[in-house]
Design a protein around this ligand. Sequence first.
Ligand code: NAI
Ligand code: COI
Length: 364
Amino acid sequence: MEIFKYMETYDYEQLVFCQDKTSGLKAIIAIHDTTLGPALGGTRMWNYATEEEAIEDALRLAKGMTYKNAAAGLNLGGGKTVIIGDPLKDKNEEMFRAFGRFIQGLNGRYITAEDVGTTVADMDLIHEETNYVTGISEAFGSSGNPSPVTAYGVYVGMKAAAKEAFGTDSLEGKTVAVQGVGNVAYTLCEYLHKEGAKLIVADINQASVDRAVNAFGAVQVSVDEIYSQDADIFAPCALGAIINDNTIPQLKAKVIAGSANNQLRDTKHGDLIHEMGIAYAPDYVINSGGVINVADELYGYNHDRAMNRVATIYDKIERIFEISKRDGIPTYVAADRLAEERIARVSKSRSQFLQNGKHIITGR
Ligand SMILES: NC(=O)C1=CN([C@@H]2O[C@H](COP(=O)(O)OP(=O)(O)OC[C@H]3O[C@@H](n4cnc5c(N)ncnc54)[C@H](O)[C@@H]3O)[C@@H](O)[C@H]2O)C=CC1
Ligand SMILES: CC(C)CC(=O)C(=O)O
């Protein structure tokens, strides 16, 4: 991978490699764009097969955060971190504290939060070294774990997508195939079960599957079978790039609405599902509940205010379907337009002297 070429092509600002021998920390912080404000995005810990894979993931996820934060109307730019390692085996206190010191060194250009493989307890360790972290324990006046709020946003966004595909936003009696039943998807399943949806689930972790089967009467299928289920809705809630050449021909669902980041392997796959008439709720819009929730901390966290804002994901998804139909474009293109237009508008009107993370985090 030619890193600078890639960064130039997609206009990334900064890539930071963090290494700490004592703790074994190997982290990559990617900052894509800070036009709207400091880059906010979670920290993912994953056992990447290669360093290149980790760098690519950090870069792709950071760009996704620029679009997510812009489309959500937040005054925040896009960034993300990946830590290379197995979250079940390789974590230690010093690792997250060392990482916190690296974040502190960026002096507010990047603010972190949870993502796959990291927890509130990890954020608390980071917080020992820096204030540029959200989603820490509620005891600190923080918003805590963002996943349940992300799940609420996915739930309302799924209803808006269902309305587009089925003419009603009721999910009663609908079958939803959920890929990955981790933190976000478990709460999502709770909402869906309560509304009377039927659930099919798959996960590489049997304990997660068992939890959903026992709590919601979900039907288990293997991870390879989840795409081809006779479901109304496919909810990808694990990792990215799962809408691709192999999986699209298997899909029977009329709606794709889930929490995973970077669901489309490539833009051509967004075009393809559009041509097939599948109602796709763009990933970074439907899964923006978590970041909306943690971003609320920057103004002194208020749960009701955050939830009210997350509820508007329904309207945003509706609006994206309207634009998609009006202009004859796929929904992912409609979402990108909304985000890009906002960034362009703000970049024209703001003064460079306001480009300082500190002024919006004076609360802490
Ligand atoms: N936690 C949050 O608030 C947010 C999460 N997201 C995204 O949503 C997705 C899920 O996030 P979390 O629930 O926090 O993560 P998680 O790690 O708690 O859950 C992911 C689940 O997917 C399973 N999984 C991994 N590979 C799989 C595969 N090939 N097939 C089936 N299952 C597989 C894992 O075993 C795990 O149970 C991720 O893509 C994340 O980036 C996006 C926005 C916010
Ligand atoms: C988990 C969120 C708080 C932030 C993030 O990284 C995301 O939305 O993907």
